[in-house]
Design a protein around this ligand. Structure first.
Ligand code: TRP
Length: 336
């Protein structure tokens, strides 16, 4: 028996930030050696909102380099680009035709994004989770490590697989394996620096709302200096009236690798003027080694391309097998 398989990905829109690292990548780094791991860059998802064609390829390489810089090891993981494996788009089409429209209209992320885009909502934004289902089911992973916000998309993925099995499988022989979600424990949810009630996000127009993984130390210091706080002395966790306070303590706890109890004791009598330098220092100490490794990887021009070529071959072989199985189940002729 080989190791169980995990698969996950990040959409390649804009720069990666602390929320992506603490919420996703750091968790992958911790667990990936125990699994046959697949991590990809979701560059087909990146065009579900209007995109900049001059940035698309560069963003994809940058995210790949960042996975490696954060500590993903190629002996344990396959890193690949979604658009390099055509089976993703092809399976998504087949799934589109068995997915009831109302399942998609019910997706919270679609509704939220559609409100933000107002007139500019593409059909791709609606079928986004169908593509995500095909990303996942092509590799038949045992588990899919994602944040809480992706739970509904994973349930939809299971529903699509179950529907396909029901419609086209034999009872004792399902076509597709249903993956288990692996939802990260709360606490690693990083909120905006300018609004503690909203998630840190690439799409926030203000760069001051997030710390990007490549921000230099002086910019990190500036953003933390400028971040939203409150006028109350004494810093505490879990006060619903003080979302910024909770977020910043949480960040400090994770970045300095301390327990909640220790941080609560350390900060209970502090004011922001004493706390902010501590948070700044912990953030820089976490990001500096990642940034050094990132720049070394990016300096070697052919390296990322060779990693992605290997990834495409390994991922493509598995994906094509699953796609062939689904097409056969749907009744397609096998080409000569
Ligand atoms: N929708 C995910 C996000 O926004 C990204 C994603 C695309 C993904 N396909 C996936 C995550 C497949 C896990 C598995 O974070």
């Amino acid at each position: 028996m080989g190791k169980p398989r995990i698969l996950s990905g990040i959409q390649t829109t804009g720069d990666l930030h602390l929320g992506n690292y603490l919420g996703a990548i750091r968790n992958w780094v911790e667990i990936h050696r125990d699994y046959d791991s697949f991590f990809f860059m979701a560059d087909l998802h990146a065009i579900t909102v209007p995109h900049d064609r001059t940035q698309l390829a560069a963003n994809t390489y940058e995210v790949a380099a960042m996975y490696l810089a954060c500590g993903i090891e190629l002996e344990h993981a396959t890193i690949f680009v979604q658009s390099h494996v055509p089976a993703h788009a092809e399976l998504a089409w087949l799934f589109n035709c068995i997915t009831p429209l109302n399942w998609l209209e019910d997706m919270v992320q679609f509704k939220e994004k559609a409100i933000k885009q107002s007139e500019n909502v593409s059909a791709g934004l609606l079928t986004y989770p169908v593509l995500q289902a095909s990303d996942i089911l092509l590799y038949e992973p045992d588990k899919v490590p994602v944040g809480e916000d992706q739970k509904q998309h994973l349930e939809l993925t299971r529903d699509i697989a179950a529907r396909l099995n029901y419609l086209f499988g034999k009872e004792d022989q399902p076509v597709l394996k249903l993956p288990e979600p692996m939802i990260r424990a709360a606490g690693a949810r990083v909120m905006s620096l300018t609004d503690g009630t909203r998630k840190m996000s690439k799409s926030d127009p203000s760069d001051l709302s997030r710390i990007n993984l490549l921000d230099p130390p002086d910019l990190i210091q500036h953003k933390i200096k400028r971040c939203k706080t409150d006028p109350i002395r004494g810093l505490v966790f879990d006060d619903s009236e003080r979302p910024e306070c909770n977020n910043l303590l949480n960040l400090y706890m994770i970045l300095s690798n301390q327990t909640k109890v220790a941080v609560a004791a350390e900060c209970q009598d502090m004011g922001w003027g004493n706390f902010k330098p501590l948070l700044t220092e912990a953030t820089i100490a976490t990001l500096q080694p990642i940034q050094e490794k990132y720049h070394a990887i990016m300096a070697d021009e052919g390296y990322i391309q060779s990693v992605l070529k290997d990834g495409r071959e390994k991922a493509g072989a598995i994906a094509n097998q699953t796609l062939a199985k689904v097409k056969a189940a749907l009744g397609y002729s096998v080409p000569l």
